[in-house]
Write a protein that binds this ligand. Structure first.
Ligand code: DSN
Length: 413
């Protein structure tokens, strides 16, 4: 053998520690999930050894007979899952998927509308610190001050004012359904292309609990590792008219060799998401989210927009404790084994590094098999920590209770 035979204990001990962390704590980050053993197996397969720049049956290297079948399988499965004409399964991430779409369909300086990052959008929807905001002329639409839902009147007014080449829908911290139909109408009114970034909700769409944007949008992007429960990566779906431009933008425009082991794992996840049981899973994610939101409201927290229709909720901490920041809340909860992330709330006076809010999601705990009773228990645990975030003995007691709760819902044995 050409490689060392001694086990790399230094590294694998760290992986063991991470397995322990995932098994014994509550994973409430809205953009994470637990992948199946089959997804893990494909990700760890020998496909990682292969260079396959290009696309199936048009590669720059030999030896891609099997890889071509793998990538074709992934493309076919995802097109069937969402009813799309064409798929590109090579984006290494959601960010790359979005940049690939911009590269394919926009010119530098073109005007685009996207949801403002501080109202729930994404860095790649035109944030000034992201390449999207540096190359293109993005304008941000927001949520209304009254119901904290996307301000469709403002979106239309901005579209009429700026005549964008593209309107981007989709969010990372928005707890409500995004209906693609009225956005399509605005795009038609102003002659804009419609990109729907479904990263967070791809699993809810696949599971039939949120509207499918594919019939409405010119292009749909998403990550495969959030509610869709696949490996870390991105995918683009588009109408056939845009297929050649999108493929050319991803390779050779933006990326080099595709990660075929990850593409294989995406194929596994697309198959799992087409199983009837995935519809139950997606519906349970939302039921859990609504149960957790209601229980948190009962503990004195304010929910942005008053609740949730999807897998996440945004908690405004200020009515609960005006001095408690999202940053300090995240740290205290992490110490108690409850992992989530600080998040700005709309018009947050604090910076994104401090914040007045928390984003909480239910995809992972739902995969574990937890249901509404556990959501009520989790809300109580969160409230106990945040009533005494500096009380180390209370954090230790809650940590033990979290461990006990998780032991009833083992993930990886
Ligand atoms: N980092 C992702 C999220 O947490 O929503 C978005 O890219």
């Amino acid at each position: 053998m050409a490689w060392p035979t001694d086990r790399d204990d230094e590294l694998f001990a760290l992986i063991d520690n991470e397995i322990d962390r995932q098994n014994t704590g509550l994973q409430l980050i809205a953009s994470e999930n637990f992948t199946s053993p089959a997804v893990l197996e494909a990700t760890g397969s020998v496909l990682t050894n292969k260079y396959s720049e290009g696309y199936p049956h048009k590669r720059y290297y030999g030896g891609n007979q099997v890889v071509d079948e793998v990538e074709d399988l992934a493309r076919r499965r995802v097109c069937e899952l969402f009813g799309a004409d064409h798929a590109n399964v090579q984006p290494h991430s959601g960010a790359n998927a979005n940049l690939g779409v911009y590269l394919a369909l926009l010119e530098a300086g073109d005007t685009v509308l996207g949801m403002s990052l501080d109202h729930g959008g994404h860095l790649t929807h035109g944030s000034p610190v992201n390449i999207s905001g540096r190359i293109y002329d993005f304008h941000g639409y927001r949520v209304t001050p009254s119901d904290e839902r996307i301000d469709m009147d403002q979106l239309r007014d901005l579209a009429l004012e700026h005549r964008p080449k593209m309107i981007v829908a989709g969010a990372t911290a928005y707890p409500r359904i995004i209906d693609p139909e009225p956005i399509r109408q605005i795009c038609d009114e102003v002659g804009a292309l419609f990109l729907f970034d479904a990263a967070h909700i791809a699993g809810l769409i696949a599971g039939g609990v949120h509207p499918n944007p594919v019939p409405y949008a010119d292009v749909v992007t998403f990550t495969t590792h959030k509610t869709l429960r696949g490996p870390r990566g991105g995918t683009i779906l588009c109408r056939s008219d845009y297929a050649a431009a999108i493929d050319k933008a991803i390779f050779p425009g933006l990326q080099g060799g595709p990660l075929e082991h990850v593409i294989a794992a995406k194929a596994v996840a697309f198959r799992e998401a087409s199983d009837p049981s995935f519809r139950d899973y997606a519906a349970q994610i939302v039921r859990n989210s609504q149960a957790l939101a209601a229980a948190l409201a009962g503990e004195g927290f304010r929910l942005v927009s008053g609740g949730t229709d999807n897998h996440l909720m945004l908690v405004d901490l200020r009515p609960f404790d005006a001095d408690l920041t999202g940053k300090d809340a995240q740290i205290a909860l992490d110490a108690a084994g409850i992992t989530l992330n600080k998040n700005t709330v709309p018009d947050d006076p604090r910076s994104p590094f401090v914040t007045s809010g928390l984003r909480i999601g239910t995809p992972s705990v739902t995969t574990q098999g937890m249901g509404e009773p556990e959501m009520v228990e989790i809300a109580g645990l969160i409230a106990r920590v945040l009533r005494a975030p500096s009380d180390e003995s209370e954090l230790a007691v809650v940590r033990d209770e979290v461990r006990t709760l998780c032991s009833k819902f083992p993930v990886y044995g």
